[in-house]
Write a protein that binds this ligand. Structure first.
Ligand SMILES: Cc1cc2nc3c(=O)[nH]c(=O)nc-3n(C[C@H](O)[C@H](O)[C@H](O)COP(=O)(O)OP(=O)(O)OC[C@H]3O[C@@H](n4cnc5c(N)ncnc54)[C@H](O)[C@@H]3O)c2cc1C
Length: 281
């Protein structure tokens, strides 16, 4: 019987290299019974287990309506390095899905501003693909607006770069890089992702924000958005902490009184702003 806290087997269907250090892999759950019972919402994550090496939390980067269950991984250490070397047909362990995802229903009534930095685009790509699948009949100029701002270190580090043009009918996409690569023609913005806020003219009272990226980027972006009048209650951020169990037992991912694994990873900023210390910035 399917128990999301117990490991089950999944086979790698395909692997795609996204950038020099990031790849996407599609997994197929081996058991038919678990395949049928398995459900997730954008923003949730799975624990991926490489036998003999270890287990890591990784966000689901596909939409629940996608045919393939995808994860997009940046190589950080031992487990992610071994994962990056696996091939189609290899079998890994998996537990999940875990955590609280993005509040998609609440977002329906607002303009949605997605703000991503680096590999933080992974759980937000799940949202963008979901919008494409569920709103295919609506035009981009229809309300509510859907906007995606994404910052990467250099043009070569932009994950899903070949995919963004497909979003443009429904989502306004703006990209920025910390530094343009002299070897590559770059037409987008250069500078922090917050620089892109000026290009959008958002209506703060009608906007809801989903954000994921390096914590310093989120702190700066949240502060800017609050200054522009977006209420803290409508800013949602996804946090990363080292974690072991994924179900709120081991205490590795304590964040003040919260567990990132079960109370998050997506938090309403008004719930945790004090703990992040952003209010004092
Ligand atoms: C809810 C959640 C979702 C995540 N989603 C993704 C994703 O979609 N794609 C992705 O590439 N990564 C994601 N991560 C981060 C990923 O889990 C870590 O990069 C991974 O655990 C590193 O394992 P490793 O064995 O390769 O490296 P390790 O040798 O364990 O670590 C390498 C370095 O990364 C740091 N690190 C390890 N785990 C974390 C962590 N959880 N948070 C912050 N720093 C960490 C370590 O302190 C060390 O400095 C997510 C983390 C969480 C908590």
């Amino acid at each position: 019987m399917y128990d999301r806290s117990m490991p089950f087997e999944a086979t790698i269907k395909w692997i795609k290299k996204e950038t020099r250090d990031t790849f996407t892999s599609a997994l197929k759950i081996n058991s038919r019974e678990i395949q049928r019972a398995y459900r997730f919402i954008p923003g949730q994550f799975n624990m991926l287990y490489v036998p003999g090496v270890g287990e890591v939390p990784i966000s689901i980067s596909s939409s629940p309506l996608d045919h393939d269950l995808m994860h997009t991984v940046r190589v950080a250490g031992e487990v992610t390095t071994v994962l990056s070397g696996l091939r189609a047909g290899d079998v890994i362990g998996m537990r999940g899905p875990f955590g609280r995802g993005w509040p998609l229903e609440e977002a329906e009534d607002f303009d949605l501003l997605i703000v991503a930095g680096g590999i933080g685009i992974a759980p937000l790509r799940s949202v963008a693909r979901h919008i494409l699948k569920t709103h295919a009949s609506k035009k981009r100029d229809a309300h509510p607006r859907r906007m995606l701002l994404y910052g990467a270190k250099t043009p070569k580090d932009i994950v899903f770069r070949d995919e963004f043009p497909r979003y443009r009918d429904l989502v306004e996409v703006l990209l920025t890089v910390d530094r343009a690569d002299p070897e590559e023609y770059w037409r987008g913005e250069t500078g922090l992702v917050t620089k892109l806020f000026d290009r959008l003219s958002i209506d703060p009272l009608c906007t809801i924000v989903f954000m994921c990226g390096p914590e310093i980027m989120m702190q700066t972006s949240v502060r800017e958005l609050i200054v522009r009048g977006v209420p803290e209650e409508r800013i949602f951020i996804s946090l990363e902490r080292n974690m072991n169990c994924g179900v709120g037992l081991c205490g590795h991912c304590f964040f003040g009184p919260k567990f990132v694994c079960k109370d998050g990873p997506v938090f309403r900023f008004s719930e945790i702003g004090g703990i992040m210390g952003i209010k004092e910035l």
